[in-house]
Design a protein around this ligand. Structure first.
Ligand SMILES: Cc1cc2nc3c(=O)[nH]c(=O)nc-3n(C[C@H](O)[C@H](O)[C@H](O)COP(=O)(O)OP(=O)(O)OC[C@H]3O[C@@H](n4cnc5c(N)ncnc54)[C@H](O)[C@@H]3O)c2cc1C
Length: 381
């Protein structure tokens, strides 16, 4: 019998419980301070590695947890329920950097970087530039071959984990005249000559997640650090993002779940007109609507992740899951702010932050318009 989508295996349930407990014990007490400081507390990074959250799909022989993509999505959801900034920190590591490495890396590259990513190195994924976001293949960063290495020149913008990362997947073109067929993916280390982390963005939400510029000035990258083939980086970029956006769906589900749980608890405590506000039917109906939309979004995200793990096509389902879960997160967090009344508008309760955090879901890893374009293309066959 096929298992219902809401059902987790024993391993998945135990894993989700462990991550939830970690998020409650170690992250929740720091959420507000991290948001105010616009920085991840460095103390939460080592336990993320120790718990195996930074190398979920990395095979055990390379020091990872040897888990599934679905488990990575579960971790992102549980972390994002408490802090979507920590959710995306773990998401980029697993669904973008590690995913890219495992899918496109040579056995030698996997053996060299896998153990580091699983134990102490944060990863980032650098595709966007100031003039190319949705139109990602209009990128201008140039890679020029010189002997046994490439020299990279250009600047990347909006790079999540930029401040904490030690390793970056960087996209550059080896031949601007070839258009997208010049794009090449490189494994770049923070210590490579000519590499520098630039300005950090001051953002509306997910403030603790670093978003930085990367500056490449004659950055020297050994030839053996080309990921995939030279000129085939567009496939690395597209296929990784197709998968990665399921993780963003999980982040949005977690964010919405955090807001719904907080609003439900508050509605039972807060009294008005001599009763708890939960007793007003309109408040109950709002919560019921929020819970229903959240359930739908979660089913879509989980199904897309299960399809990926099963080796089935998931492109349309992933785009739909990301599109819908980001819409749901915005609606649910907004409704949660209203259920909290005036308190919801302050930083004393978690929903104000979750409302700000939700907005990013419609922007990164393909804006909502780009998801709609993917879905429409799939519909047209
Ligand atoms: C906090 C944050 C973290 C990020 N992290 C990363 C990261 O780790 N790595 C990385 O490489 N990038 C990252 N990004 C970049 C992100 O992916 C881009 O911002 C996003 O793809 C949109 O690109 P853009 O900002 O250039 O907007 P634009 O592409 O200029 O889009 C502007 C508007 O025009 C619309 N639009 C553009 N083209 C079309 C079209 N053909 N049809 C309809 N509408 C269209 C868009 O939907 C949007 O509404 C991050 C961004 C942010 C804000």
């Amino acid at each position: 019998m096929t298992a219902p989508l809401t059902m987790l295996t024993e391993e998945e349930r135990l894993f989700a419980d462990t991550v939830r407990q970690f998020a409650e014990d170690r992250i929740r007490p720091r959420v507000q301070a991290m948001d105010e400081a616009s920085r991840l507390d460095p103390e939460i990074i080592p336990p993320c590695f120790e718990l195996g959250l930074m190398g979920i799909e990395i095979p055990e022989e390379h020091g990872g947890s040897g888990g599934s993509f679905f488990l990575a999505c579960l971790a992102v959801e549980e972390l994002s329920r408490v802090d979507p900034s920590v959710g995306v920190f773990v998401d980029v590591q697993n669904t973008l950097f590690n995913n890219c490495l495992l899918r496109w890396g040579t056995p030698e590259q996997i053996a060299r970087y896998g153990p580091r990513m699983a134990t102490d190195t944060v990863g980032a994924y650098a595709l966007s530039e100031s003039t190319s976001g949705s139109d990602a293949f209009g990128l201008r960063t140039r890679a020029t071959k010189a002997g046994g290495l490439y020299r990279l020149n250009g600047a990347k913008l909006w790079i999540t984990n930029g401040a904490e990362a030690g390793a970056y997947v960087v996209f550059a073109t080896v031949d601007p005249a070839a258009g997208y067929k010049g794009i090449t993916a490189f494994l770049v280390e923070r210590g490579f000559p000519g590499f520098q982390v630039g300005k950090k963005e001051d953002k509306l939400g997910i403030r603790a997640s670093s978003t930085t510029e990367l500056l490449l000035e004659d950055c020297e990258v050994p030839e053996e650090n080309v990921l995939g083939e030279a000129g085939k980086g567009y496939r690395v970029a597209i296929e990784t993002l197709n998968e990665g956006r399921i993780g963003i769906g999980a982040q949005m589900v977690g964010c919405a779940r955090g807001a719904l749980e907080a609003a439900l608890a508050y509605s039972r405590e807060r009294e008005a007109f001599g009763r708890s506000i939960f007793e007003f039917q309109k408040v109950q109906f709002d919560l019921a609507q929020m819970a229903t939309e959240l359930e739908a979004a979660r089913l879509m995200v989980r199904n897309a992740a299960r399809l990926k793990d099963a080796g089935q096509s998931f492109l349309k389902e992933a785009a739909m899951a990301k599109l819908y879960s980001s819409q749901v997160a915005e609606r649910v967090t907004s409704a949660a702010v209203e259920i909290f009344g005036g308190y919801g508008y302050t930083r004393d309760y978690p929903v104000e932050k979750l409302y700000r955090d939700a907005k990013i879901g419609k922007i990164y890893e393909g804006t909502s318009n780009m998801q709609l374009a993917t879905i429409a293309k799939a519909l047209a066959g």
